[in-house]
Design a protein around this ligand. Structure first.
Ligand code: ARG
Length: 474
């Protein structure tokens, strides 16, 4: 039997054993919420004093005590004890040890249920913003790659078979738009965290005349929750955040897969920097894209985090249930993993070498001008399905003879269809193939240039949003 202190010892004749303490504790996971817990407590104490619920002197000593604890935690001078179930109880117990009775008044009109929900929302809001910063750093790197490789042509693929040539910049920008949507999802997660549950107490509200609006303003929350039962049992904001992390990871995983393929000898489109590669313990020649593989691999775990969180919530009756303590481990894992993966992808892309010549020569093979030859016939009145058939036969012929479409003479083309004219020879030029794709959103250089401008404007708008949320006082 241990000498565990609990805030409910009045009701209990026995204290929990060591196993029960360890099994019941969330402290190892939630101690990272210390700053959010302290901020919430200071705002609560100030409001209690303003409303005359505790004395001004008590509020001052609570605030000073909490700031002392904050400082000690930050410089590593604070020892957490597993006897305190969670970070909230650890801090309150220490506060009472330091300042006596005033510390015991802090919990007036409050429950751990609304306290936990408040600290977790503050943390989720901050994480959304920090992740948004990292997403934008990666978008910046993608835009830089696009802007500094404007003329690089590469093969575009469907089914991983060569399809039509595209600009490398177009390919990089595709990812920048995926990341722009990832940022929107983080904005959504930020917005759903931006509602303050404090004042809901255990589940039904409290008898004390709390000023919830004042606490929300002090903590920078956009609004207060409208229903106390919902407030203490809602973890949608975490599901939003973890989903944003999950889909963000899925996008990074697709990009990672391309880096892995492209850095193989067979593709050779890019060379990863040594600092973002590893060697082999047995094969001296190896240079492996481990970091990209890890981004791809960790995506599975983050997807598991989302599943764990949603399954935890699905069977819970209102209001708080202890199951909800399991919300933080997957959330923090998803946030940390996604943050690290964004950092790794930014590092890899910023330092990799783009092998423009390899990409261009790859774009020459694979009969990638075939659609344009068919379009040439269609523009001259041949029904497209027929044109497709005619060019298909030419491809088959070239394949048998080991030639390319660019090797064909006008005579050979005209033998396949008299509709072909001299211009067909220009139609198969790879740069011309790219340049003709002028539909909005297409890969023609002028369309890609417009896209670059739009992508940069979107990035600047999102940077401004981060800036504005990061300093709500201004
Ligand atoms: N440590 C718990 C959590 O993170 C807080 C418990 C709150 N309430 C309770 N009645 N046990 O969810």
């Amino acid at each position: 039997m241990s000498d565990a202190r609990t805030p409910w010892s009045g009701r209990f004749e026995h204290t929990p054993g060591e196993f029960q303490q360890a099994f019941g504790a969330s402290l190892p996971v939630d101690k990272r919420l210390y700053a959010e817990d302290i901020a919430g407590s200071i705002a609560h104490a100030r409001m209690l004093a303003d409303r005359g619920i505790i004395s001004g002197a008590d509020a001052t000593s609570i605030e000073e005590g909490l700031l002392g604890i904050l400082k000690d935690i930050e410089c590593g001078a604070f020892t957490f004890s597993i006897a305190d179930e969670d970070v909230h109880m650890a801090i309150e117990a220490e506060l009472t040890r330091r300042i006596g009775d005033a510390g015991k008044r802090l919990h007036t009109g409050r429950s751990r249920n609304d306290q936990v929900a408040t600290a977790t929302r503050l943390a989720a809001r901050r994480s959304s913003l920090e992740l948004a910063g990292r997403v934008n750093a990666l978008r910046e790197t993608l835009l830089h790659l696009a802007e500094s490789n404007r003329d690089v042509v590469m093969p575009g693929y469907t089914h991983l078979q060569k399809a039509q040539p595209v600009l490398f910049a177009h390919h990089m920008l595709a990812y920048s738009w995926m990341l722009a949507r990832d940022l929107d999802r983080l904005k959504g997660a930020y917005a759903s965290s931006d509602v303050m549950p404090l004042g809901s107490a255990a589940l039904a509200g409290t008898t004390f005349p709390l000023d919830r609006e004042a606490v929300a303003a002090e903590l920078g929350f956009g609004s207060i929750s409208p229903n106390s039962l919902d407030a203490v049992s809602d973890r949608d904001f975490l599901a939003d955040l973890v989903y944003a992390c999950t889909l963000g990871m899925v996008h990074l995983s697709r990009l990672a897969e391309e880096l892995i393929l492209w850095s193989s000898e067979e593709f050779g489109f890019i060379t990863l920097d040594d600092s973002w590669s590893t060697g082999s313990s047995i094969m001296p020649q190896k240079k492996n894209p481990d970091f990209a593989e890890l981004v791809r691999g960790k995506t599975g775990r983050v997807l598991g985090d989302l599943t764990a969180l949603l399954v935890t919530l699905k069977g819970l009756p209102l209001a708080y249930n202890k199951d909800m303590q399991e919300d933080k481990e997957p959330t923090f894992d998803a946030v940390d993993t996604y943050g690290a993966a964004l950092h790794a992808m930014t590092g890899m892309l910023a330092t990799m070498r783009v092998n423009a010549e390899r990409m261009r020569s790859g774009a020459r093979g694979g009969f990638m001008a075939a659609t344009d030859l068919a379009d040439h016939l269609a523009e001259r009145g041949v029904p497209f399905r027929e044109a497709h058939e005619i060019v298909g036969k030419l491809v088959l012929m070239c394949e048998r003879e080991g030639r390319t479409l660019q090797d064909l003479t006008v005579e050979e083309l005209r033998a396949a269809s008299p509709v072909f004219d001299q211009k067909a020879l220009d139609a198969v030029d790879i740069d011309a193939v790219v340049a003709r794709r002028t539909t909005p959103g297409g890969t023609a250089p002028e369309r890609v240039a417009e896209q670059m401008t739009a992508a940069r404007e979107a990035l600047e708008r999102d940077d401004a949003w981060i800036e504005q949320c990061g300093s709500p006082e201004e």
